[in-house]
Design a protein around this ligand. Structure first.
Ligand SMILES: Cc1cc2nc3c(=O)[nH]c(=O)nc-3n(C[C@H](O)[C@H](O)[C@H](O)COP(=O)(O)OP(=O)(O)OC[C@H]3O[C@@H](n4cnc5c(N)ncnc54)[C@H](O)[C@@H]3O)c2cc1C
Length: 487
């Protein structure tokens, strides 16, 4: 007799997506979470910097929450999750001249950049965005449909080049910063893939920000799981298999190493070695959250309208900074990502105070408090920023694992995203979700399609568990229940 049908270790977006898929198929599901709060990289918390101000401690901006096949079916807007979707998706200031801007409108973007190449590259991808997303969010084990060809050509174009010849200097800088979201070697296959897809999504659906913060996405997943009989236990760090309730299937929303450690000799030695060999990324992230009393005084005032701001300067400067981090040296002017959450979403402001979300790239395992570095990089493009800061908090890369055991040394991608590891994550095997023995599955960003709040790793893993352990091959309906009206 089993306690439950399936146990999910970890409550990140992929863990919850897996749990929802399993519960909707009629299984009894239990989620066990190490932290005292639910959501992993998709949480919004008060940090004690200013009363009532809540901060996105990891993710903040969510193109995939509207675009991923999982979330399209789950339908967050129909469940009451509201999104702010700025016309200006992202912007990139430069020293002493106007910023480069990616609008949702592709023609306006290309015209302002004076970049016919921008339109030539991104228009065909946007015209086939469903096929592009389906390919990019798949298991990386299937051949792409013909509609994904423009995406593949775009990725090929930027896999080895910063793109100045195709896009012009400002266009290349704008794309480069998006590419560098996949912390790693830039330019490369992995960064080219992320940059091309996320930029296309900016034009196809925008880069939306959930009203109230990322937690709104987590709360919607939790509500659905509980409504379908699932349960969640917090403050429950799993280190040994003996801590787990008895079940027919176990899904790990953890690092591959943690899964191998917990499973011990329940999986074959070869599989365990493969999981333990999956490397952490060489580059990492450190987080700095601010509370400010005024909007940021950008030199180029238009930037206030951008949902996300990339502070990296030219494409060449970005390349040098990323190279430094990758080889273990702190860059002098590191890449900083910023969103003025409280300015875009008035529900986040209190008594005139607002949160500002930032993080920056650093070498793996960095112990440095990067607050001053981040302030300096913002001041460069917004002199006077320092004067509007009310409070701030830095989580150095080396401490990221304290609030999420998957981010060892600040590796926010849960493992290397090199070109090879995009297709061989977490180990070179036909089914990346199976952990080498029946009943055990990996459902974290360490498996394809890797990092981001899209729910797709959880969904792919849960579908395999349903098929192999429970004989259910038809995926469950994920759509919201129809709202019952009184007759
Ligand atoms: C600073 C930062 C900014 C980001 N910005 C964005 C963004 O704007 N947009 C975006 O789409 N993505 C962003 N991301 C990436 C995104 O947050 C992650 O890719 C995503 O959360 C991964 O989801 P996951 O479910 O695989 O795992 P996670 O969200 O990492 O969750 C894993 C969960 O498992 C739990 N866990 C681990 N080990 C154990 C154990 N042994 N026992 C019990 N529980 C365990 C952890 O506590 C955690 O809750 C960002 C990440 C960071 C850190």
């Amino acid at each position: 007799m089993t306690d439950v049908d399936a146990v999910v270790v970890g409550s990140g977006p992929n863990g919850l997506a897996a749990a929802v898929t399993l519960a909707r198929a009629g299984l009894r599901v239990q989620v066990l979470e190490a932290q005292s709060t639910i959501g992993g990289g998709c949480r919004t918390l008060e940090l004690g910097l200013a009363s009532g101000i809540r901060h996105d401690i990891c993710s903040a901006v969510h193109p995939m929450a509207l675009a991923s096949p999982y979330f399209r079916d789950f339908d967050l807007p129909a469940r009451g999750v509201e999104f702010i979707n700025p016309d200006m998706a992202f912007a990139q200031p430069f020293d002493g001249r106007p910023a480069a801007i990616a609008y949702r409108d592709i023609a306006r973007t290309a015209t302002e950049l004076d970049s016919p190449g921008w339109r030539r590259i991104f228009r065909p991808i946007v015209n086939h965005i469903d096929a592009a997303v389906e390919f990019a969010q798949g298991t990386q084990r299937a051949l792409p449909k013909p509609g994904a060809l423009p995406l593949i050509l775009g990725v090929a174009a930027f896999a080895r080049s910063r793109g100045e010849a195709l896009l012009g200097a400002d266009g290349a800088a704008l794309l480069g910063s998006v590419s560098a979201h996949a912390i790693g070697i830039y330019p490369s296959l992995a960064t080219g893939g992320v940059g091309t897809l996320l930029t296309s999504l900016a034009h196809a659906i925008g880069w939306p920000i959930p009203v109230g913060g990322s937690q709104a996405i987590t709360d919607a997943l939790v509500a659905d799981l509980l409504a379908h009989g699932g349960s969640i236990e917090t403050d429950c760090a799993i280190d040994t298999f003996e801590q787990l309730p008895s079940a027919r299937s176990y899904l790990f929303n953890t690092t591959p190493r943690a899964a191998a450690h917990i499973l011990g000799n329940r999986i074959p030695g070869g599989a365990a070695r493969g999981l333990k060999r999956f490397p952490y990324a060489a580059g990492a992230a450190a987080k700095v959250d601010f509370v400010v009393r005024e909007p940021i005084p950008w030199t180029d005032r238009r930037i206030s309208n951008a949902g996300t701001v990339h502070l990296s300067g030219t494409a060449r400067a970005l390349q040098e900074a990323e190279r430094a981090n990758g080889s273990g040296r702190h860059a002098q002017h590191p890449f900083v990502l910023l969103s003025e959450s409280g300015w875009h979403d008035p529900t986040r402001a209190r008594d005139g105070l607002m949160p500002v979300w930032t993080y920056t790239h650093v070498p793996a395992g960095s112990t440095q408090d990067v607050t001053e570095t981040v302030i300096a990089q913002i001041e460069r493009f917004a002199p006077g920023f320092r004067d509007i800061i009310v409070a701030s908090q830095c989580v150095p890369a080396a401490e990221m694992h304290l609030h999420n055991a998957n981010y060892i040394g600040g590796d926010i991608g849960t493992g290397s995203a090199s070109g090879y590891r995009l297709f061989a994550r977490p180990r070179p095997t036909i089914d990346p979700y199976r952990l080498g023995a029946p009943g055990y599955y990996l459902c974290s960003a360490a498996a394809p399609p890797a990092s981001g709040v899209h729910g797709m790793v959880g969904h792919h893993a849960a579908r395999r568990a349903l098929r192999h352990e429970f004989g259910i091959s038809e995926p469950p309906d994920l759509s919201p229940e129809p709202i019952k009206t009184a007759s």
